[in-house]
Design a protein around this ligand. Structure first.
Ligand SMILES: [Zn+2]
Length: 180
């Protein structure tokens, strides 16, 4: 039985999806992700890159509104996932863009504003990965270049069942790139 007890946290996270845990709704960015976001902005600023955070925590309602864009609502499709299926809904993801002179915001993977011969966008991604984020640009099925997330090893299914990374949790250095 000692063997089983040692594995209880893992086993509990593997129960069927309909076994929900009653947990308070997430309403903000996870504290570790929030701290890493600030670090990302500061470290990028140090190398002459102004990072603009365009999105962080997103409620289920906000996610559903985004999902309707390009489907029942006008516009282009901006997301592949409905409310509750995005790491943004659990405060574990941020989206970024680049700030340029004149207050412009750029979604340009080639822009080299600090003139060091390297893409500013990819420089930010490198710093983000060093901080423990995984990057949506590495996803194979739907590349999401502005997207950075820190899932702490929790799948969307586990989060939907009410499992939450604790507030005090160490950021993981290497993460699987193919979680949404
Ligand atoms: Zn995102």
């Amino acid at each position: 039985m000692v063997f089983l007890l040692a594995n209880v946290p893992v086993l509990e996270r593997l129960v069927p999806i309909e076994w929900f845990r009653e947990v308070p709704e997430v309403t903000r960015l996870h504290p570790v992700v929030a701290a890493k976001k600030d670090e990302l902005v500061a470290l990028s600023e140090n190398v002459g890159i102004h990072v603009v955070i365009t999105d962080d925590f997103r409620s289920t309602e906000e996610q559903n509104a985004l999902y309707r864009k390009g489907r029942s609502d006008e516009g282009a499709i901006v997301t592949q996932v409905e409310g509750g299926q995005s790491y943004h809904n659990y405060g574990l993801a941020i989206d970024f863009a680049l700030g340029a002179p004149g207050g412009k915001v750029l979604w340009d993977l080639e822009y080299d504003g600090n003139r060091n011969g390297k893409s500013d966008w990819l420089e930010v991604v490198t710093i983000a990965k060093q901080l423990g984020f995984s990057w949506g640009g590495d996803w194979v099925n739907f590349r999401d270049y502005p997207h950075l997330q820190m899932d702490f090893g929790y799948s969307i299914g586990e989060l939907q069942r009410g499992w939450r990374p604790p507030d005090q949790i160490a950021a993981v250095k290497t993460q699987s790139p193919d979680f949404r």
